[in-house]
Write a protein that binds this ligand. Structure first.
Ligand code: ADP
Ligand code: MG
Length: 384
């Protein structure tokens, strides 16, 4: 029994689960993580780690027996698993919302239903579909309909003649072909929505990707016009309402070169671009996740410090070349004012693997950016 009597469960044991566990524990909840990896970052932090597959019936029964409410940090948990848990436990977000976020075509249909503009696109499920594509969609990007992340499961398609080869390279499964848009900036909006429809949002986050992976998040989003930011917040709230969503939802947006707004994709969970909120806001995205799951009140998060977040990928351990991994110079990083270092406890650094993040807070956006550029230099990361 915890101080407030409720154990919270999470499906998935990655860094998002770990930061959820930290937030839940701070509010007096005990936590249970289900993840098949014995060395999972969230499993190591939780009160209890059920080390089993996501569809292991005995483990799901144990999770339901131990917890009053269950969430997910990993959108590819089979929706049927959530449905099973929801038979006798509170589960948020629900299986229906997860099912939509697991498939890019369903996601885009949901954007349409909520009246939110997204990139011109077509669903490709068969050889025959390849011949029915509007030529105006090229140049385009082909994305697997499910299981893509960090730019994986994507291929550029310059013209109609390249489509068949790209589809073959991605395994001939269901894919979405999307017009390649002329992006000025990328940004994201995180909303949290409660059972009664009340919702709050974090400030708009300006994101820079490198090789399809988030590299830098800056908040305030200095290059996003206020009216566009407001439009995006309204769109994210409309989507959450359309989905009857309970929990934390992140929507990624593009600001196009012509100044217009397009929704890219959504994530039914806290998002990498919201990690700064731990150190820069009075309520973090993970606390919002705990509050929505446990049925606690939502208050509007206030950002108390401008912030820049740098993602720390495994590549940083190999900047010296192909020799063995070398730990980055953390003491030099921690000597910077307003440096908040988060390492996820992953034993093995690998290129492209998210090992941690670094948030720099300061009294002004300019100062946060200046310190972040200093940190980037120390780590061998490009300027931004
Ligand atoms: P993931 O699930 O890997 O995050 P995204 O659909 O968000 O997949 O694509 C990753 C990145 O690729 C985006 O952040 C953006 O930089 C770029 N991208 C995706 N779709 C488009 C598009 N239609 N036009 C231009 N760039 C795009
Ligand atoms: Mg994305």
């Amino acid at each position: 029994m915890t101080s407030n009597g409720a154990a919270l469960g999470v499906l998935g044991g990655g860094q998002l689960g770990r930061m959820f566990v930290h937030a839940a524990q701070r509010l007096g909840h005990s936590t249970v993580v289900l993840d098949p990896d014995p060395a999972s970052p969230a499993g190591a932090a939780a009160d209890r780690h059920l080390c089993a597959a996501y569809d292991d019936a005995a483990a799901l029964d144990a999770l339901a027996a131990a917890c009053s409410a269950i969430t997910t940090e990993f959108e590819n948990v089979p929706a049927a698993v959530l449905e099973r848990l929801a038979r006798d436990r509170r589960v948020a977000p629900g299986a229906a919302a997860l099912r939509i976020c697991q498939h890019r075509a369903r996601e885009k249909a949901c954007f349409d239903a909520a009246g939110i503009r997204c990139a011109p696109h077509a669903l490709i499920e068969s050889e025959a579909d390849l011949g029915r594509i509007e030529p105006s969609i090229f140049p385009a990007l082909l994305k697997t309909a499910s299981l893509g992340y960090d730019g994986k499961g994507q291929a550029g398609v310059a013209s109609a003649g390249d489509l068949a080869a790209a589809w073959a390279a991605l395994g001939r499964g269901p894919c979405v072909l999307e017009k390649r848009l002329d992006l000025r900036r990328e940004f994201s909006v995180i909303v949290a929505r409660a059972d009664d429809g009340a919702w709050v949002n974090l400030p708009v986050q300006q994101n820079l990707h490198r090789d399809g992976i988030l590299a830098v998040t800056q908040v305030p989003a200095i290059d996003i016009p206020a009216d566009v930011a407001q439009q995006a917040i309204s769109a994210a709230a409309a989507l959450a309402a359309e989905l009857k969503y309970v929990g934390v939802l992140c929507v990624e947006f593009f600001l196009l070169a012509d100044g217009s707004l397009v929704a890219n994709e959504m994530a039914p969970r806290p998002h990498n671009s919201g990690h700064y909120s731990i150190d820069a806001c009075d309520v973090s995205q993970f606390e919002l996740q705990v509050r929505t799951l446990a049925g606690l009140p939502l208050t509007s998060p206030r950002q108390h410090s401008p912030a820049v977040m740098l993602n720390l990928l495994g590549d940083l351990w190999f900047v010296a070349g192909d020799a063995g991994p070398v730990t980055p110079p953390w003491p030099k990083i921690l000597a910077l004012p307003g440096a908040h270092l988060h390492l996820y406890g992953k034993a093995e650094p690998r290129r492209g693997r998210k090992m941690g993040h670094l948030t720099l807070t300061a009294a002004t956006a300019e100062a946060a950016r200046a310190t972040a550029l200093q940190a980037a230099r120390l780590l061998g990361l490009p300027a931004f």
